[in-house]
Design a protein. Structure first.
Length: 91
């Protein structure tokens, strides 16, 4: 019986870790999609966005800065509430 309990506990722990990773991946994918859509709406080309990495040193509360990697370019994107994003092509 103890062996069954240990196996069940291990399975639940693995399941919880997978759920956390999945939630994190889902948030990262949402960040990529939203940031890419924002810069496209401002006239920038972003083909097949693959990552959106936060730039902690340049971010402020409610004003995050990301490096958005697209197939055709890389952008630094400063999101400002209720305004257009500040976008700079870096590659």
């Amino acid at each position: 019986m103890m062996l069954v309990y240990r196996a069940l506990s291990a399975a639940l722990a693995v399941s919880a870790c997978v759920s956390i990773v999945s939630a994190t991946e889902a948030q990262e994918n949402a960040d990529i999609t939203v940031i890419a859509a924002q810069i496209r709406s401002q006239g920038y080309a972003c083909i097949n966005p693959t990552s959106a990495e936060p730039v902690a040193a340049e971010s402020r509360p409610d004003e995050p800065v990301y490096v958005l990697l697209c197939e055709n370019a890389t952008y630094k994107v400063h999101l400002v509430p209720d305004q257009a994003a500040k976008v700079k092509q870096i590659k």
